[in-house]
Ligand binder design. Structure first.
Ligand code: CA
Ligand code: CA
Length: 538
């Protein structure tokens, strides 16, 4: 492979590889985004589950403690042997509680499960609010360590409370999050932590307060980090909530997302896409597939340009012309597709189809007019095909008068044996030859002596010159005189005005084609015109 071929190949590969690079990038980004989203969902789900489970666990324990407190009666404040025994046995049933205490209506701690207190230990006056409540963590002077207190006001206005070990609570909150997260038991109204593990922080916006139902907050926190937190209020103590929080940063794409397999997949995808696009591009840039599919879909139809006998304005024949009935672009003229069809070697097949169509469409016309002339445009490629020559011969048996129109440029190679042979076979079958667009070729006239020519079709440019271009009008005169001298029949193409028709009549040119009489028409229209003998001047 030489350098220029190599660079051509690279140039052809450049667009598909760039496009597939973009597609691969988009796909990879979409996958990463999807991964990120599902991780986020998973993280949110995990946080919700953890905060809910912790809240449920606390509720279970708090309701056990609540039930114990409900068993304490005002008379226990007597703090005698009997009531101390009762308090201790109650306390021993619940591990987290280190002490049960009794406070009188004035706020004096009178008795604990440990002992009777004779020295005046003033704590807070019990509120007149029934039901479980909490306070703390507060440092009990007499115990010298912080405690979390659960309390109830009894029917006589005194209070029973349980001191819960903070270490027990702490242990339950530990190790629930990564190093960047935190867990806390917080005040549902203020958000302040009663006890926490990790670096506790609150969302910058306090719209999450008060916490009266489970909620998830993903926001900027006071620690200036993006955190997501799940809040679950306790059922036994709605003033308290559990919060479990993680930093959102840990979800960010990092090098852990890019394993070797990831790189191999992405590069593989890029390679495969490049190849696919390369082939697609090659396929699309080769328009012959359009022609092939048009042949398959029978999109090529026949139009017939009538040949008029000027003396009586009768249609005595027609030239069959190919049209492409394009599904999107509408009817397309042969100049837009014949050269390519010829180049891609598709013209023979198209002409074979054309002949089959002629046979189907013109049977009725042949019956109406047993002398009907049908002219078919033929190129060099047709003559090179034995199948085509044989088909033309078979076809000629069904057509009263078959004429092949050859352009002068096709006739340059008339010396070739295969052309001679083809013409021999064709003329022996009674097929006539016409020279199309006569006077426009550049190949001299020697072929006229070698071929059995019957018709000369004077090119429409000469007809158009009548009355306008003296020089070309003279050439037309020469052509008609020459044709007469050689015993050829002249057909004038492109007759558009009555003046042109009259001038041609004057020169003895009897057969006319052109818009003056009719445009190329469908078989049905042609048949109607023949039946009504109706060729109107336009
Ligand atoms: Ca023609
Ligand atoms: Ca012509």
């Amino acid at each position: 492979m030489n350098i220029s071929l190599l660079s051509q190949w690279f140039a052809r590969l450049l667009a598909p590889s760039l496009l597939s690079l973009v597609i691969t990038f988009l796909v990879a980004t979409a996958i990463l985004y999807e991964q990120h989203e599902s991780k986020k969902q998973l993280q949110h789900h995990d946080l919700k589950l953890q905060s809910k489970q912790l809240a449920e666990w606390l509720d279970t324990n708090f309701s056990i403690i609540n039930n114990i407190l409900l068993e304490v009666k005002p008379q226990n404040s007597a703090c005698n042997q009997q009531s101390l025994f009762e308090l201790r046995s109650l306390m021993f049933n619940i591990a987290p509680v280190v002490e049960i205490g009794l406070v009188d209506r004035a706020g004096v701690l009178t008795c604990t499960s440990w002992q009777k207190h004779d020295d005046l230990i003033l704590v807070e006056k019990p509120p007149k609010r029934y039901g479980l409540r909490f306070s703390g963590p507060l440092t009990m002077k007499y115990m010298q360590q912080p405690a979390f207190v659960l309390a109830r006001t009894l029917s006589d206005g005194s209070e029973v409370n349980a001191l819960v070990r903070l270490s027990w609570l702490r242990n339950q909150l530990k190790n629930k999050t990564s190093e960047l997260g935190f867990v806390a038991l917080i005040n549902s109204d203020t958000g302040f932590p009663v006890i926490s593990d990790g670096h506790y922080s609150m969302p910058v916006s306090n719209h999450f307060l008060p916490i009266d139902e489970e909620q998830l907050v993903a926001d900027k926190f006071a620690n200036r980090r993006l955190q997501v937190a799940s809040y679950s209020p306790l059922k036994t103590l709605p003033e308290l909530s559990i919060v479990v929080s993680e930093e959102q940063q840990i979800l960010k794409i990092n090098e852990n997302n890019f394993s070797a397999l990831w790189y191999i997949t992405v590069i593989g995808l890029w390679g495969i896409l490049t190849l696919l696009l390369y082939h697609l591009y090659a396929y699309l840039s080769d328009s012959s597939h359009q022609l092939k599919s048009a042949i398959r879909n029978r999109e090529f139809i026949n139009h017939y340009q009538p040949i008029i006998r000027s003396a009586d304005k009768k249609i005595i024949g027609a030239e069959v012309l190919m049209r492409w009935q394009h599904p999107v672009e509408g009817i397309k003229s042969p100049v837009t597709f014949i050269p390519e069809a010829q180049e891609k070697g598709l013209l023979n097949q198209m002409t074979l189809n054309q002949l089959t169509l002629c046979e189907q469409e013109l049977t009725a016309i042949f019956k109406l007019n047993p002398e009907f002339i049908l002219t078919v445009n033929i190129s060099l490629c047709h003559l090179q095909s034995t199948e085509m020559v044989n088909t033309l011969i078979r076809f000629s048996k069904k057509v009263p008068h078959l004429v092949l129109e050859l352009t002068e440029d096709v006739l340059i190679d008339t010396d070739h044996q295969f052309i001679q042979d083809a013409f021999k076979q064709l003329t022996e079958a009674g097929i006539k030859i016409a020279i199309d667009d006569f006077g426009t070729g550049y190949c001299g006239l020697s072929y006229l002596s070698k071929l059995p020519v019957t018709y000369l079709k004077a090119d429409k440019s000469f007809v158009a010159s009548i009355g306008t271009d003296a020089m070309n009008a003279d050439v037309l005169k020469l052509i008609t005189q020459f044709s007469k001298r050689m015993n050829f029949i002249t057909i004038a193409e492109g007759v558009e005005t009555i003046e042109q028709a009259r001038a041609l009549d004057d020169q003895g040119v009897e057969l006319h084609q052109g818009w003056l009489y009719s445009k190329a028409a469908s078989a049905g229209l042609l048949q109607a015109m023949i039946e009504e003998n109706d060729v109107e001047f336009h």
